[in-house]
Every structure is written in C-alpha cells, then in structure tokens.
Design a protein. Structure first.
Length: 171
C-alpha cells in the first residue's frame, strides 16, 4: 500500500492501549477484596478517606508552604512540603479510621495512611507523566478545571491494592 511505512512503535502503541483498557478496572477490582472482609465497609471507608486526606493535605500545605519542587517536569506545582502535608494528614486520618472503624492498632493506621500518601503521590505523578507523554493537559472535560476524571481517580487506583494488602496483614 502506498504511503504506509514500517510499523514503528506499533508494539509500544498496542501495549499502551492494553494498559489503558486494563489499568482502571484491574486496580478498581481490588476494592472488592476489601469489601469481602467482615469489616469490609470500614476498610473501604478507610481507604477512601486516607487517599482523600492525602490529596487534600498535600494541596493545602503545598499552596501555603510549598517551595521545593518535587518533579517540576511532570507536575510543576507539586512540592516536597506538600508531600509532607500529604503524609501527615493521611497518617492522622489513617490512625483515626483504623482504630475507630476497624479496631486495629494505632500504629497500623499511621502506617496505612503514610504509605497510602506515598503511593497516591506516585499515582498522581504517573498520571501526569502519561498526560505529558500524550501531549494533553486534561484527561477529559467531565470535571473542568480538575484535570479530568482520571485526576480524581489516579491516587485512588494506585492506593487500592496497597491499602488492601496493608489492612489484610495488619488489621
């Protein structure tokens, strides 16, 4: 066929397509593992609250005190100070949730929250890298001004398996 060249990058493009199709449902399915536990609703609430606390604490501290860029090429406004706010807020919420909702040890709550903040930040930066690679600012316009729906889900998707594993082992 005239005008067609060799399929350069075809494997990369196919792998990327499979990743995009499988990524969201596979990681989201882990929540059903949490829900299957006798205290599953508490585990889901804990997982969601530590992740939201991480995002909220990171944003608040980053806006108020953020000075040192974490990954300026991927996310120019994300700072190390904001990351500290993410960890502190998420750990505090984890402590409250694990002790009150799951009757677990206080230190497990701190650990779940702190680790969730770290993985949530990785999820956010990974999604930013994907957007940069694709050359887009937002992953959709369903939530204008928020980077798209995936900006709301990126942290939750990555923290789901981590929270499940930690809660399974520690609580």
């Amino acid at each position: 066929m005239a005008g067609r060249g060799p399929p350069e990058g075809a494997v990369r493009d196919i792998a990327g397509g499979v990743f995009i199709v499988a990524y969201v449902p596979l990681l989201a399915a882990v929540t059903s593992l949490m829900l299957a536990a006798p205290d599953g609703v508490g585990r889901i609430i804990t997982f969601i609250l530590v992740t939201v606390a991480s995002d909220t604490g990171g944003y608040a501290v980053g806006v108020l005190r953020g000075r040192t860029p974490m990954a300026p090429q991927l996310s120019p406004k994300k700072s190390w100070e904001g990351f500290g706010g993410s960890v502190a807020t998420s750990a505090l919420v984890g402590l409250v949730c694990v002790t009150l909702l799951l009757d677990g040890p206080w230190w497990a709550g701190l650990l779940v929250g702190g680790v969730a903040a770290a993985f949530g930040t990785v999820g956010d930066l990974t999604e930013s890298a994907v957007k940069r690679d694709l050359g887009i600012k937002d992953m959709g316009d369903l939530l204008p001004g928020h980077g798209g729906l995936m900006d709301r889900l990126d942290s939750l998707l990555v923290t789901a398996p981590v929270c499940w594993a930690l809660l399974h082992v520690l609580v």
